[in-house]
Design a protein around this ligand. Structure first.
Ligand code: CA
Length: 241
């Protein structure tokens, strides 16, 4: 069955160019203008991936993505942003927004299609887990359900309890990789190859942004990480403790 891609873009000409190329690429494509009601329409459409423009007439793409990530049916759907300015990139991949990837305008439709395919291949591989549960230190992953729990003490409680960590698909894959390979230092390039796989478009900076996001979720002091430590001049290492 062909995969469903939602394109949220208010510029009609650009939207139909994207639609044409996605349809040719074998996707079932639907265009959304970003006007009020787009979020509800997206939930109804249930896309496998969302292409999201930043500049929209009503709420902007950032607002929409934040809402998508808040929970519900679309919370884990990959989001590729269309950005006009490179200074938006940090926000796109930032914890606050929760995008999975970005492509800067102007872009070639062929590149967009290639990226979409790479993301969807990833989610396909992810849906065939090799093991169903993984426990490492205070972390427990239910691979089949794609849920992560961390044992921690949250005041006012005095004893540690399992807390679910909400992660995007990329963060999940990154943490799963680290939990499977504790204690070893990984360079950014190795992480790109192991976690992002065939996507040639992401840069080492992408790794840093996702690491920062993961730290915000799992570290009690993200600036002094205890689990995801920096290996100076090289990359990162996961300490299971
Ligand atoms: Ca626009």
């Amino acid at each position: 069955m062909s995969k469903k891609v939602a394109v949220v873009e208010d510029e009609a000409e650009l939207a139909s160019l994207i639609e044409y190329n996605l349809n040719r690429g074998g996707f079932q494509t639907r265009i959304f203008t970003g006007a009020d009601g787009t979020f509800r329409d997206l939930e109804t459409f249930q896309p496998d991936l969302i292409v999201l423009d930043v500049m929209l007439p009503g709420q902007d793409g950032f607002e929409l993505c934040r809402r998508i990530r808040q929970g519900g049916k679309l919370a884990r759907t990959p989001v590729i942003f269309l950005t006009a300015r490179s200074d938006e990139v940090d926000r796109v991949l930032g914890l606050e927004i929760g995008g999975d990837d970005y492509i800067t305008k102007p872009f070639s439709p062929r590149e967009l299609v290639a990226r979409i395919k790479a993301h969807l291949r990833r989610s396909d591989t992810e849906s065939e887990p090799r093991q169903t549960h993984l426990t490492m230190g205070p972390f427990r992953i239910d691979v089949a359900a794609r849920r992560v729990f961390q044992s921690k003490t949250t005041p006012p409680a005095t004893a540690p309890a399992d807390v679910e960590i909400e992660l995007t698909s990329t963060e999940f894959k990154l943490l799963e990789f680290f939990l499977n390979h504790p204690g070893r230092a990984w360079s950014r390039e190795e992480l790109l190859r192991e976690v992002w796989g065939e996507q040639h478009f992401v840069t080492p900076r992408t790794v840093d942004v996702h690491i920062r996001r993961l730290r915000e979720q799992i570290e009690s002091k993200p600036d002094e990480p205890a689990f995801l430590v920096t290996v100076r001049g090289f990359g990162y290492r996961f300490e299971a403790q």
